[in-house]
Design a binder for this molecule. Structure first.
Ligand SMILES: C[C@H](Nc1nc(-c2c[nH]c3ncc(Cl)cc23)ncc1F)C(=O)NCC(F)(F)F
Length: 284
């Protein structure tokens, strides 16, 4: 069947439109149409844009990472497409028409209620728990990197910064700090370039805040800059205030994720359980 095809021939990959720019490359909507009759499947194709940071080696790592991830809450790998005689390659992934969580929350405020946000949060937790079983750290968990598959399913995407934690350590120290927006970074990641499952948990707390504030906080960069200024100047980070109408139990989850000491932050399985409990109560 075409679905387990991992090699896509460039001549059948029809460009349709741009989707966006990621960490190291741009993603385009294409149709893989070997029959040439527009019956082929739509796919999201990530092309490497070599610049000072990103190299083919980084991109190859991203491809290798995604190709081994099999989880309902992670965007599906479809295969690769070589062009220019294997000199350049593209990553072919499933195309999810609802796009990223940021756009979805902005355009669907009315029908995204607390229960749906909790459902999305629990799915992101499950995806992160799965990643952790393989010792992967995402390092760029943010609403912009979450895809909406349907009104009841979200998936984690963009594994451009993902690293494997060495077997003998509980964290990964990055040599060259990238250009990722530090607003989602844990203190130890900003101060010591240290990344771990617990720094992903800190970012998850920010994603929870994005979810429950319909990504409003992100869209007013003034507030974001003030908070980043406070934070990067080693002043005590005034924790983000609770979003309007956010249940106090959910805000408490966020605050747990933002414990300054990473040992005090909950793990993803604990977060998942706490979210499930809150969901039960929301149902009553
Ligand atoms: C750089 C690319 N940017 C964008 N992608 C898409 C998109 C729609 N539908 C999609 N289906 C599969 C994929 Cl891989 C992307 C999209 N929409 C808007 C974008 F700005 C990206 O990967 N962003 C991370 C994430 F996928 F989580 F949104």
């Amino acid at each position: 069947a075409q679905h387990d095809q991992t090699l896509f021939e460039e001549r059948h990959l029809r460009y349709i439109s741009p989707l966006g720019k990621g960490n190291f490359g741009s993603v385009e909507l294409c149709r893989y149409d070997p029959l040439g009759d527009n019956t082929g499947e739509l796919v999201a194709v990530k092309k490497l844009q070599p610049n000072k940071q990103s190299t083919l080696e980084d991109f190859q790592k991203e491809v290798n990472t995604l190709s081994v991830l099999h989880c309902d809450y992670i965007v599906k790998y479809r295969g690769v497409c070589y062009s220019m005689g294997r000199l350049s390659m593209s990553l072919v992934m499933e195309y999810l028409p609802h796009g990223s969580l940021i756009g979805y929350l902005e355009n669907n405020r009315h029908n995204v209620n607390t229960r749906r946000m909790l459902l999305f949060a629990s799915q992101i937790c499950k995806g992160m728990e799965y990643l952790q079983t393989l010792r992967y750290i995402h390092r760029d968990l943010a609403a912009r990197n979450i895809l909406v598959a349907s009104e009841s399913l979200v998936k984690i995407a963009d594994f451009g910064l993902t690293k494997i934690i060495p077997f003998d350590k509980e964290y990964y120290r990055v040599t060259q700090p990238g250009e990722s927006p530090i607003f989602w970074y844990a203190p130890e990641s900003i101060n010591d370039s240290k990344f771990s499952h617990k720094s992903d948990v800190w970012s998850f707390g920010i994603v929870l805040h994005e979810l429950f504030s319909y990504c409003d906080m992100v869209s007013n960069p003034k507030r974001v800059r003030i908070i980043v200024f406070l934070f990067t100047n080693d002043l005590f980070m005034s924790l983000l205030p609770s979003p309007p109408h956010c249940p106090s139990k959910v805000y408490n989850l966020m605050k747990q994720c933002w414990a300054y000491d990473f040992d005090e932050r909950p793990c993803f399985s604990s977060l998942g359980n706490q979210i499930e409990t809150i969901m039960q109560e929301e149902r009553k």
